[in-house]
Design a protein around this ligand. Structure first.
Ligand code: GLP
Length: 322
């Protein structure tokens, strides 16, 4: 449990010519997660000088400072994992005070590689699959699986964002798969988001996928508006890999990956719906607040307005949800 502490102190007073108020406040909201807290310190002063019956001069000043203390979420076993992957029936901490982590290496990945050592994976970036990749990388390092014959493909990319920018999908894969596994560049097919001819990038990608014999396992997430990859609502079931205009809601919900909303691109490159459907097997992962859009995708009508609902038409697709 966390405590909320509020402290306020003020002084008021004055005389015929001057009214004054000086106040200070301190608030500390602890989260139920150890190490997370929001602290705010503020000061305020109001002074009224009564010059004559008709003239009053007011001076108001205030100052506040908020300090958001957060445990970073971006590593395996971090608090983000504890919160997004542990159901409420699990403890937040292990006995040794490290964060609880539910799960072992994703059997879907391991099974795929064991069945076909030269598997072609197409992977989404984003918060949802992060832990799955980390666990998969751990399994590979423990030599439970050998991925040296596999090909990895990036599902989508922000246009104009270089691969060394932290917000890019390429840098996400670098952090969670390429670096830990020392994967050589030849094992990746990624969009070149800086290419002068973006459309040509899409054609090249589709040709390269075909040359590899198609995608064996497609792992996608889902946007709050039902998008898969960057296929926004309205994307045609026949759409190929292409350049797409992003919905503002997508830009807003991904703005945490960039400095601020103005830095989030308006265009992106994405596998098309038909490219996704051509995969031999598809897994969609979604947690928590995605529940309403997952329900629409699985139980609602198949409609291009909810791109993930089109996956109902695939004969080897599963939704992995909490
Ligand atoms: C972005 C990506 C998708 C991803 C989605 C959900 O829009 N283009 O590929 O599935 O975000 O991301 P998250 O898992 O972070 O919620």
């Amino acid at each position: 449990p966390g405590f909320i502490k509020e402290h306020n102190a003020s002084l008021t007073g004055g005389n015929k010519w001057l009214r004054r108020y000086v106040g200070a406040s301190y608030s500390n909201n602890e989260s139920y997660v150890k190490g997370n807290a929001y602290t705010r310190v503020g000061m305020r002063g109001n002074f009224d000088f009564i010059v004559t019956k008709q003239i009053k001069i007011s001076l108001n000043t205030s100052w506040t400072r908020g300090i958001n203390k957060r445990v970073p979420a971006a590593w395996a076993g971090g608090i983000g994992d504890a919160m997004s992957n542990a159901l409420p029936i699990y403890p937040v901490y292990n006995d040794d005070k490290t964060y609880f982590r539910n799960g072992t290496s994703n059997p879907v990945f391991r099974h795929q590689v064991k069945q076909k050592p030269a598997s072609v994976f197409c992977l989404a970036s984003g918060d949802t699959p992060r832990l799955a990749y980390q666990l998969f990388a751990e399994a590979v390092l423990k030599e439970e699986v050998d991925v040296s014959g596999c090909t990895f493909i990036g599902l989508d990319e922000w246009l104009g964002i270089p691969s060394d920018n932290e917000g890019s999908c390429a840098s996400f894969f670098q952090r969670y798969l390429t670096a830990p596994l020392h994967l050589p560049a030849q094992q990746w097919l990624l969009f070149d988001a800086m290419a002068t001819d973006a459309r040509q990038q899409c054609t090249i990608m589709d040709e390269q996928i075909a040359a590899k014999g198609g995608i064996d396992l497609m792992l996608v997430g889902i946007g709050m508006n039902g998008h898969i990859g960057f296929n926004e609502p309205g994307s045609s079931i026949f759409s190929k890999t292409r350049l797409i205009n992003l919905d503002n809601s997508t830009r807003i919900s991904n703005s945490h990956e960039f400095q601020n909303i103005t830095k989030v691109p308006r265009l992106a490159l994405t596998m098309g719906i038909s490219t996704i459907l051509s995969a031999k097997r598809i897994a969609l992962m979604a947690w928590g607040m995605k529940a309403p859009i997952v329900a629409r995708s699985v139980e609602g009508q198949v409609t291009e307005q909810v791109p993930a609902s089109i996956l109902q038409q695939h004969n080897n697709c599963e939704f992995v949800v909490d």
